[in-house]
Structures are given as structure tokens and as C-alpha cells.
Write a protein that binds this ligand. Structure first.
Ligand SMILES: Cc1cc2nc3c(=O)[nH]c(=O)nc-3n(C[C@H](O)[C@H](O)[C@H](O)COP(=O)(O)O)c2cc1C
Length: 359
């Protein structure tokens, strides 16, 4: 039976954490993962499509409306997951300068948790990402009785987060889906090095989808795995079914080339599945580098396509499909319980087999 420090800290059965996948809803997914013995994660929404990503640079009145909408949707998601999940879960905040809504959201979250004993039992951790872990208001997370984790892509960021007093780190490499680091360190390199250089528990991700990945992370000294793309391709994930199928089909569609591509995104480099939209965004990224267009042009294009694929429209050619390189290894739609159980069974079998063969 594989039980690690992270299982005790987060009060979960298995060392498997569902990755944050904002700005999209992951309520159903978080509840299903938490019920299947893993750790579910409520994602940080973006302003609703009518405001778009560009709400962060809109006039004050629009910004306030957009942020109140984000707060209501996020707190609604927290209450819903609290009701549905059998196990524990967390909440992600992207603490980037482009995300000035975080202090308000954090206060709302703490208030929500304080008035609900069920949430006090289940809502264990806030995962901060995409920004500075030393921002003073983030201390409120631990003062309110929750654990504070930070996602980091490098040893430098890991040490900075550790110094700021985090309880644990999620370390993800460049093969991950969604936003990735400017410095392309891969999971195979960055996870073991961070483990060696910090004293807080580390969970590794980016490219993990099965029991082999869990064993690899344990060998690197990590306490568990963090998975986004694998959990998209589950029956419970609320992303459009066409997106799930596009991930399964991606390796057939581009058999001779990479299935994913990194473009400029609002928060930096962003890994997508290849399609018409991401190839155009890639072109715009190159034009931005050559100073032929501005960052706002890129954001406008990105904003338009963000919800087109994952939302009800399901337009998988003209919309963004953020997904990791591990798409290459995902061939089947499963339930969250099937994913988690198969990972645990495979990892345990590998560990036994390795011990037999090599000791
Ligand atoms: C659709 C999608 C949305 C994401 N949104 C966020 C986010 O809001 N906050 C965050 O910290 N990371 C986000 N990420 C990154 C994931 O949390 C995680 O690092 C990544 O999925 C791990 O790599 P994998 O996809 O290979 O499992 C997102 C990833 C995907 C695929």
C-alpha cells in the first residue's frame, strides 16, 4: 500500500492530486477525484465570457462587475464540491499581478469556510500559482487553518516559496498542459532537483498519467503526483466531450510531429493541443517577438478563443485546448475512480516487480 506524507497532510487515501485547470470549471471533476480517494481542486475562474480575459485591463466599473462574478462563481463551486465530495479538496488561486481579485477572493473563501463545519473538515489547502508567494495576504491561508502550497517550475522558485513559509510544493515541468515556465525545465530534471534542495514535501507533475509516473515521482523523492491532462479525459470532467476526444485523437492526427505547441499566453508561455487556433496563436507569438503586433493583440485573440472548445460550443479547431505532452499517452475515457485505481494498482505491481528483479 503506497501511503506518503502528503496522504496524511491532506487526509487522502492516495497520493494523487488533481491539477488546477482554471479558468474552466472543475467542480464535478474535483468532487469525483475527492470521492475516489485523491485530492480534488476547485479552479480559479476567469471573468465570464461576456467580460473576457481582457476584463483585467478594462475600466473600473467593468472590472468590479467581472470580479464579483468570479467571486460568486468560485464560492458557489466551493460550496458545491463541499456538499458532493466524500474526501478532501483544495482551491487554486493564480496569484499573478494580472489577477488583482485574489485578496478579495481569499477573504470570501475564509469567510465561507468559517461558517461551514463541513468545509472546515474538507477544504484543506489553498494552492497558489503563477505569482509571488511572498505576498503578505497569502499568510491568511495558514492563519485560517488551511495548508498553503505553491506551484513552482524551477529550483529558484521552489526556494523562494519555501522561504515564504509554504507547507508544500507542487513542481511541474515543461511538458505540462496549460501555462508553463519561461525556462523549459522538464519534469525529469526539475522534480528530483527541487526535492534535493528543499525541506518541504514535494508533489511532482507535468507528463504524468499512470502508475509508471507515480513510481518515477516516488523514485525522485516526491510524495505524490499532480495531473491535469489525464483528468480532463474522464467521464466526470465538465469539459466538452469533443475536447476529451481531441486529446485521445491527437497522437493519430499528428503522428510525425509534436501534438502540442507552446504559445504566448496572458500569464506567459502556454501549452495547447495543436489545432487551427493554437497554430494561429503561435504565429501571433512570433509576430509579437518581432514587434509587429502588441501584447494586447495577442490577448484579444486568446480571449476570443479561450472558451470556444471547452464550453458548450465544442469548437475544437477554432478554440483553445490547453493540454500537456502526455496527451500522446492518453487513449481512453475513464471515470476518475478507474484512473486512480489503475494508477495505484500499476504502481504497486511495478514496485513489487522491481524489488523482485533487482534486489
Ligand atoms: C486546461 C488547463 C488549465 C490550466 N489552468 C491552470 C490554472 O488555472 N492554474 C494553475 O496553476 N495551473 C493551471 N494549469 C496547469 C495544471 O495545473 C498542471 O500544471 C498541468 O496540467 C500538469 O501537467 P499535465 O497536464 O501533463 O498533467 C492548467 C492546465 C490545463 C491543461
Amino acid at each position: 500500500m503506497i501511503r506518503t506524507k502528503i496522504c496524511d497532510m491532506l487526509e487522502i487515501e492516495y497520493p494523487i492530486i488533481q491539477a488546477a485547470m482554471g479558468p474552466f470549471d472543475t467542480k464535478e471533476l474535483a468532487a469525483a477525484v475527492a470521492t475516489a480517494g485523491g485530492f480534488g481542486m476547485v479552479s480559479h475562474p476567469a471573468p465570464a465570457p461576456e467580460y473576457g480575459i481582457l476584463a483585467i485591463i478594462a475600466d473600473e466599473e467593468t472590472r468590479i462587475k467581472a470580479f464579483n462574478d468570479v467571486k460568486n462563481r468560485m464560492m458557489g463551486a466551493v460550496r458545491e464540491v463541499g456538499r458532493k465530495a466524500k474526501g478532501s479538496f483544495g482551491v487554486n488561486f493564480r496569484v499573478a499581478p494580472e489577477q488583482p481579485d485574489v485578496p478579495m477572493l481569499l477573504d470570501a473563501l475564509i469567510e465561507e469556510r468559517e461558517k461551514d463545519p463541513n468545509l472546515q473538515k474538507k477544504l484543506k489547502m489553498v494552492l497558489c500559482s503563477a505569482g509571488d508567494p511572498t505576498q503578505p495576504h497569502l499568510k491568511k491561508i495558514q492563519e485560517a487553518g488551511m495548508l498553503r502550497f505553491q506551484t513552482v517550475p524551477s529550483v529558484y522558485h521552489a526556494k523562494k516559496a519555501e522561504k515564504s513559509g509554504v507547507d508544500g510544493l507542487i513542481v511541474t515541468g515543461y511538458e505540462a498542459g496549460g501555462h508553463v515556465a519561461y525556462e523549459p525545465y522538464h519534469t525529469f530534471v526539475v522534480v528530483p532537483e527541487v526535492v534535493q534542495q528543499v525541506n518541504v514535501p514535494v508533489v511532482g507533475g507535468g507528463g504524468v498519467c499512470d502508475g509508471k509516473g507515480l513510481v518515477a515521482m516516488l523514485a525522485f523523492g516526491a510524495q505524490g503526483i499532480y495531473m491535469g491532462t489525464r483528468f480532463i479525459v474522464t467521464k466526470e470532467c465538465e469539459f466538452n466531450d469533443k475536447v476529451k476526444q481531441a486529446i485521445i485523437d491527437s497522437s493519430k492526427k499528428y503522428p510525425k510531429e509534436a501534438t502540442t505547441i507552446v504559445t504566448q499566453g496572458v500569464y506567459g508561455p502556454l501549452r495547447h493541443l495543436k489545432n487551427k487556433y493554437s497554430l494561429r496563436l503561435y504565429e501571433l507569438t512570433q509576430m509579437l517577438k518581432n514587434e509587429e503586433i502588441t501584447m494586447q493583440d495577442v490577448w484579444a485573440f486568446e480571449s476570443e478563443g479561450t472558451y470556444r472548445a471547452k464550453g458548450p460550443e465544442g469548437n475544437i479547431e477554432d478554440g483553445a485546448i490547453w493540454a500537456g505532452q502526455v496527451s500522446l499517452r492518453i487513449h481512453k475515457l475513464m471515470t476518475c475512480k478507474e484512473v486512480i485505481d489503475s494508477i495505484m494498482q500499476e504502481a504497486e505491481a511495478i514496485l513489487k516487480d522491481l524489488a523482485k528483479k533487482y534486489t
